[in-house]
Design a protein around this ligand. Structure first.
Ligand code: NAD
Ligand code: UGA
Length: 456
């Protein structure tokens, strides 16, 4: 099929590459001329594992092209996929202005048999409203609109698309459904389960899935606090409950609170919809508040533990992206932690394997480094805040030897506390007893007032 994808962001580019890989011809369209110019130079504006190679290969095979010329792309397309942003609006309601604008823009150029596919995450009822909006713009000529939410994760986006747990097709009539089946036939043949339902159900599935996954994270984070209070170990609890097949092992890693471009805004939108239609989503309401508080609470407790900075004191922050495998800073804990550290008087050295450039735009007062050891040179404390694999294999001895102070805060539980025994360093992780350096341990045992159960 000939496809246009409106919005060449994370979702648009990944879907574009993958749909081309399974045999379709894809035009990626964006209003951002710079983005299109970069893409035409094979310069991918985001970091995502394997995506640059996949796009380049399909571009060479003439199955992918980039353009800012929306009308000519849409005119020649059998399907037009809307993949523009749907950010948070007032009161947490989803802001649909970008997708409505895109729908209005494409309306006059759609060929009579084209199907419009809503890939962006939107609130229940949006596909039906867009169908009305587009047909109004076309002087009453009907148009087919499908809902086809996307479940990919940043960092593993290509694999998530090609080997999806399921594809959800929302269609309110047989003709639309038939086109959607054609689009995904190659993946269905490879064994990817396909759910066919109404557009409203498809939209609800997307929000409910994100809300549920976010709740698992919120739950384990609360359990981590409990473990700290009663001297338990959240890793053992997480493993113990995750092996129950009804619960499942994933999304039970404690951390500084979920971030990213989607969980925060989608949980807010889900709760806002519940309020609007008088079907309150109380669990999710609580979760949204707790999660934001958690980011601040962890950062504040760490700052309290370190105390106010002396002139010139420096700390290191390892990781800036909201998760490993991406350079996306949206909803990153770095955006909460770094300003708080600066307010306490610290200079902050930052290193992220991929996100330094994006982070520097948002945290212009940070000092950026191109390796973790350089970032940690002479610092009072180091914070590990993103779960990059490269951080798991750090040479702890080397890291400690370049630091001036002796505290490592690990917001991702990347290390075994026992690994710190040999180093005279306080290792403070989440939901586990801290591993205290020899000197502090001796001081605590001598009753100096330092509690061994102190946590971040
Ligand atoms: P993004 O911000 O990375 O990309 C959106 C792109 O759309 C931008 O490049 C922007 O310039 C472009 N755009 C905006 N209006 C346009 C218009 N009228 N015509 C052409 N281009 C236009 O956004 P994203 O992260 O790809 O998310 C897109 C949607 O997919 C959102 O609804 C999001 O919730 C959902 N989603 C995102 C992910 C993810 O991992 N990022 C996963 C699943 C679903
Ligand atoms: C999430 C969903 O996982 C995708 O299915 C969905 O398509 C996407 O949102 C979306 O709608 O945009 P993403 O935000 O890319 O994907 O990344 P996740 O791996 O879900 O991580 C989200 C946040 O939760 C990150 O801050 C991560 O560090 C945190 N997290 C994740 C935890 O703290 N613990 C975990 O066990 C898992």
């Amino acid at each position: 099929m000939k496809l246009s994808i409106i919005g060449a962001g994370y979702v648009g580019l990944t879907c574009g590459a993958c749909l081309a890989e399974i045999g379709h011809t894809v035009l990626c369209v964006d209003t951002d001329d710079d983005r299109i110019a970069r893409l035409n130079e094979n310069d991918l504006p985001i970091y995502e594992n394997g995506l640059a190679e996949l796009l380049a290969r399909n571009r060479r095979a003439n199955r992918v092209a980039y353009t800012a010329n929306m009308p000519s792309a849409v005119r020649t397309s059998d399907a037009v996929i809307l993949a523009v942003g749907t950010p948070s609006g007032p009161d947490g309601h989803v802001d649909l202005s970008m997708i409505e604008a895109a729908a209005r823009d494409i309306a006059p150029h759609l060929s009579p048999d084209a199907v419009v596919i809503v890939k962006s995450t939107v609130v229940a009822g949006t596909a039906r409203r867009l169908r009305e909006l587009i047909s109004r713009e076309r002087g009453g000529r009907a148009v087919e609109v499908a809902s086809n939410p996307e479940f990919l994760r940043e960092g593993s986006a290509v694999a998530d698309f090609m080997d999806a747990d399921r594809i959800v097709i929302g269609a309110d009539d047989e003709r639309t459904l038939a086109k959607m089946r054609r689009l995904y036939q190659p993946l269905r043949r490879r064994g990817v389960p396909v759910i066919e339902t109404t557009t409203i159900n498809a939209e609800l599935i997307k929000y409910a899935a994100n809300a549920f996954l976010a709740m698992k994270i919120g739950f384990i984070n609360d359990v981590a606090d409990l473990c700290e209070a009663v001297r338990g170990d959240v890793s053992a609890v997480s493993k113990g409950i995750g092996l129950d097949s009804r619960i499942g092992p994933t999304f039970l890693k404690p951390g500084p609170g979920y971030g990213g471009s989607c969980f925060p805004k989608d949980t807010l939108a889900f709760a806002a919809l519940g309020r609007e239609v008088n079907a309150p989503q109380r669990l999710v309401e609580t979760l949204t508040v707790q999660n934001e508080l958690r980011k601040k609470k962890l950062a504040k407790r760490a700052v309290d533990r370190l105390g106010a900075a002396q002139y010139g004191d420096r700390v290191a922050v390892l990781g800036a992206a909201f998760k490993a495998g991406t350079d996306d800073m949206r909803g990153s804990v770095a955006l909460t932690l770094v300003p708080l550290l600066m307010d306490a008087g610290y200079r902050v050295s930052i290193y992220d394997p991929q996100a330094n450039r994006n982070a520097a735009e948002l945290l212009p007062d940070g000092d950026f480094h191109d390796c973790p050891y350089a970032a940690c040179k002479g610092v009072e404390a180091a914070f590990v805040i993103t779960d990059w694999d490269a951080f798991r294999s750090l040479d702890i001895g080397r890291l400690v030897s370049v630091m001036r102070g002796r505290t490592i805060f690990d917001f991702r539980n990347l290390y075994e506390p026992s690994a710190f025994k040999r180093h005279d360093v306080d290792y403070i992780s989440i939901g586990r007893a801290p591993a205290l350096g020899q000197r502090r341990k001796a001081a605590a045992e001598a009753g100096s007032g330092i509690s061994v159960s102190e946590h971040v």
